[in-house]
Design a protein around this ligand. Structure first.
Ligand code: ADP
Ligand code: MG
Length: 393
């Protein structure tokens, strides 16, 4: 997806205030009535409709007049809110090229004041389900309407919390720098996804390292659940970094063994195919008829001592609670669409934006009443730089 941040430099305080008003309104409405946006935003000098038109022109909003005159955020609009908040906090100052695209995320380079390049992951967790929601709009009423906002935000928070906890425990993961809304900033991993690597100096060592990580994760009470050649980065020294954590589960999950075996099998399969590695017979499985099973049998889930425990404390410290985990798992496993945002009245939303002026983004807790900061600076002296980075102020 294209992320034209150039536009961001030309947006005014009022533009962002109205954009935030739409975001708030989406807590209660899939399509936020224009009249409500105006009431939430309360622009000092009026002119909400003109601002809405401008935001629409830049594709930050979508207009829908099927039932009434209303608007909703587009991904780009949501991206801009997150990016703007982070830029205001000084996390980064410019956005560069796209370095990754997944089914449910887009990844870009960003740089801070000192020119240090980092990775920005924008989660799109509800991307598919959002369309489904849309087609069933009447049936779902407003309860699931903010589905993609909520889920993408939850995915980002989970990713950030897990990355931080894993880092604390010495796992080779990117450094978790910051998160806001559906966006996570992390250190840039040097190297390439393993899937792009055709040859290794020491395939056995790399293989053992990777399997070692799976075991150590399980010893800490965790299973990655998407542990494959796409989510393992490797550099020229053949050093491994694991990425992509929104789907991780605890070893106490009811399908833990299945997820664990699947992760292990993925690695065995990849190394056998790509690097022609052969594996000895299973030590605890005499059935040679099924190769995958035989290989995975070498690593028996039940024999792993996970007494080191789930990293509860660290995760909770990052604001990722039990209920968040339940919500995101329900979605990942396709059971239901989220309806977890609290049912606030429109009147609450109007009040929220007024209070929000003084609020710090760090106080944002997903499972509670969400209030967004509005500390937007006016962009001055825009500079388009020649190094591929687009400066944001
Ligand atoms: P998804 O959930 O969409 O699979 P990933 O986190 O796996 O997203 O990222 C997709 C791709 O983006 C990765 O395969 C990798 O090439 C790139 N990428 C992600 N995070 C980083 C990072 N921290 N540093 C460098 N590249 C990254
Ligand atoms: Mg991935």
């Amino acid at each position: 997806m294209k992320l034209d941040v150039d536009v961001l430099r030309y947006l005014s305080k009022d533009d962002f205030r109205v954009l935030t008003a739409v975001e708030l309104g989406m807590r209660n409405h899939e399509i936020v009535p224009a009249e409500l946006i105006d009431r939430i935003a309360r622009l000092k000098h009026g002119g909400t409709y003109k601002v809405l038109k401008n935001l629409l022109k830049h594709k930050l909003l979508h207009h829908d007049s099927t039932k009434y005159d209303g608007f909703r955020l587009t991904y780009l609009g949501y991206d801009f809110l997150a990016i703007k908040t982070m830029v205001n906090k000084g996390v980064f100052v410019s956005v560069g090229r796209q370095i990754g695209v997944g089914k449910e995320s887009d990844i870009f380079e960003v740089a801070d004041e000192d020119g240090k390049i980092m990775a920005m992951k924008l989660h799109r967790l509800g991307r598919v389900s959002f369309r489904a929601v849309k087609s069933k709009r009447d049936y779902l009423k407003h309860r699931s309407s903010y589905n993609w906002l909520y889920l993408s935000r939850l995915a980002a928070l989970k990713e950030f919390a897990f990355m931080k906890a894993l880092q604390t425990h010495g796992f080779p993961v990117p450094e978790a720098v910051e998160h806001n809304r559906h966006c996570v900033i992390m250190s840039l991993v040097q190297g390439y996804p393993l899937v792009q690597v055709k040859q290794l100096q020491n395939p056995e060592t790399v293989f053992e390292t990777i399997i070692g990580i799976i075991i150590r994760l399980a010893e800490h009470g965790l299973i990655h659940c998407d542990f494959n050649e796409f989510n393992i980065m490797i550099d020229d020294e053949e050093k491994i970094t694991v990425i992509d954590f929104p789907q991780m589960v605890s070893v106490s999950h009811r399908n833990a063994k299945m997820y664990f075996d699947r992760d292990v099998e993925c690695i065995f399969k990849f190394f056998r195919k790509r690097f022609n590695m052969t594996f000895q017979e299973s030590i605890d499985d005499n059935d040679n008829s099924n190769e995958g099973r035989e290989e995975a049998g070498k690593l028996c889930f039940s024999s792993i001592d996970s007494s080191a425990g789930f990293l509860d404390k660290e995760l909770a410290a990052s604001g990722f609670g039990k209920k968040d985990e339940e919500d995101i798992q329900r979605f990942i496993e396709g059971e239901v669409e989220s309806d977890t945002n609290s049912d606030s009245e429109d009147g609450d939303l109007v009040r929220n934006l007024n209070e929000a002026d003084d609020l710090n983004v760090d106080s944002l807790h997903l499972s509670e009443q969400v209030i967004y900061p509005l500390a937007f600076v006016v962009i001055q002296d825009p500079l388009a730089m020649g190094n591929g980075m687009c400066y944001l102020f």
